[in-house]
Design a protein. Structure first.
Length: 153
């Protein structure tokens, strides 16, 4: 079993906690030394209690799903003899009610735009690469949200 660590740190800093008029800004700290400013989404907690420029958990979940898919896709493409010059995914997550009626990330749509150097895979081979990347992605395997790969526009 492998373990991964993150520290989430927040301080009240004298703000009015009881009335819920406190900043949701906080930091995510990782073992490599990186600290990422985080907050609730302004869509969940109105400004100024949220920090719009900080990453929020919903964005992070979408990014983690996209990143995991991409990393497996790149590895599989290399194994199958394809060379990729550029990979960009404009992913989007949809928050809605799940089957239990609870608010959840119900769908994540990946929209990768991939530039191949030399020969590109056939449409069927490309679909197989995405399918295999999805099957190997442990982030996707951990979620109940529908995860869909669409062609980039």
């Amino acid at each position: 079993m492998q373990q991964f660590f993150a520290t989430v740190a927040w301080q009240r800093a004298g703000q009015d906690f009881a009335s819920q008029r406190y900043s949701r800004g906080h930091a995510w700290q990782f073992d490599g030394g990186l600290s990422v400013p985080a907050s609730s989404s302004p869509l969940s907690v109105p400004l100024p209690m949220s920090v719009a420029e900080n990453i929020d958990p919903e964005e992070a979940l979408v990014a983690a799903t996209s990143s995991c898919h991409m990393l497996f896709f790149l590895s599989l493409a290399a194994q199958r003899g394809f060379v990729i010059d550029d990979y960009r995914d404009d992913a989007v997550g949809e928050l809605g009610k799940n089957s239990a009626g609870r608010l959840a990330m119900t769908r994540i749509v990946l929209r990768p735009h991939i530039v191949f150097a030399g020969a590109a895979p056939t449409p069927d081979a490309l679909a197989a690469l995405h399918h295999d990347a999805h099957e190997r992605c442990y982030i996707a395997n951990s979620l109940t949200a529908d995860i869909v790969v669409e062609e980039a526009l």
